[in-house]
Design a protein around this ligand. Structure first.
Ligand code: ATP
Length: 239
């Protein structure tokens, strides 16, 4: 692995008195695609939200680019060039595609807006065709593209994606994964991907982690994890 861009050490997080993260160690190296897989309720989304400060980590530390961000408030995290596309996409449904993209660009004061817009429209031509359409009327796959495109408009160094393939037809999910791969290979974008679609996500990833009940139980190379009988049995076969 290259030098870690994001590093979690012994992170715990709680909802009330219930522990959702029970001491998580995880690293994402600069230029890597790292995937976190796990069953429903394992704590994957919580982990992503904890990096963004809500819920805040109770114990342990979160370091980004050498800076301790464990207690940095959520609204300041985006300024650190970390962007996320949350589960459920959460685009602005009443705003047009273009307005949604402007929201993404607002974080860096619309610097390079035209250039960045041209770039994301190059990646997602479908969004260019639908620039004036309301976000809420896009198909599921298009909304996912918009959520990723909006995140890219802030020129992130680290892109965090929470279940980008959720609810998408297999072919559309494949397109989303291939865009992620391209962004990583071509632009060196670092990606942290949370997925239930273990096969595609691990195939794509340089490294992966498996989470069970708030703890990391396995880690290794993406393809190495795909070969492991316990991963196959729990996340691939019949799934
Ligand atoms: P999924 O794949 O189903 O989205 P996940 O791995 O992302 O699951 P989380 O959403 O992080 O899992 O949930 C971890 C645990 O924390 C679950 O038991 C869940 O019920 C609980 N939890 C999540 N959000 C809250 C909340 N706001 N209040 C209380 N408990 C919560």
């Amino acid at each position: 692995m290259t030098a870690p861009l994001l590093q979690l050490a012994g992170v715990t997080a709680y909802y009330g008195s219930i522990a959702a993260l029970k001491g998580v160690d995880l690293e994402v190296g600069a230029g890597e695609i790292v995937t976190l897989i796990g069953a429903n309720g394992a704590g994957k989304s919580t982990l992503m939200m904890t990096i963004f400060g809500s819920p805040q980590a109770r114990d342990g530390s979160i370091t980004y680019d050498g800076q301790d961000i464990t207690r940095v408030p959520t609204h300041e995290i985006a300024r650190l060039k970390i962007a996320q596309s949350p589960e459920g996409r959460r685009i602005f449904p009443r705003m047009s595609v273009l307005e949604n993209l402007k929201m993404g660009a607002a974080i860096n004061g619309f610097a390079h807006f035209d250039e960045d817009l041209g770039r994301v429209f190059g990646i997602f031509p479908r969004l260019k065709e639908r620039a004036q359409q309301r976000g809420g009327t896009l198909s599921g796959g298009e909304q996912q593209m918009l959520a990723i495109a909006r995140a890219l408009m802030s020129r992130p160094r680290l892109l965090m994606l929470d279940e980008p393939s959720l609810g998408l037809a297999p072919l559309v999910a494949k397109q989303i994964f291939s865009v992620v791969k391209e962004l990583n290979e071509r632009d060196g974008l670092t990606v942290f991907l949370v997925e239930q679609n273990a096969y595609h996500a691990l195939k794509l990833a340089h490294r992966g982690y498996v989470m069970v009940n708030g703890r990391i139980t396995l880690s290794g190379g993406g393809r190495e994890l795909l070969e492991k009988p316990e991963v196959r049995a729990a996340y691939l076969e019949g799934g």
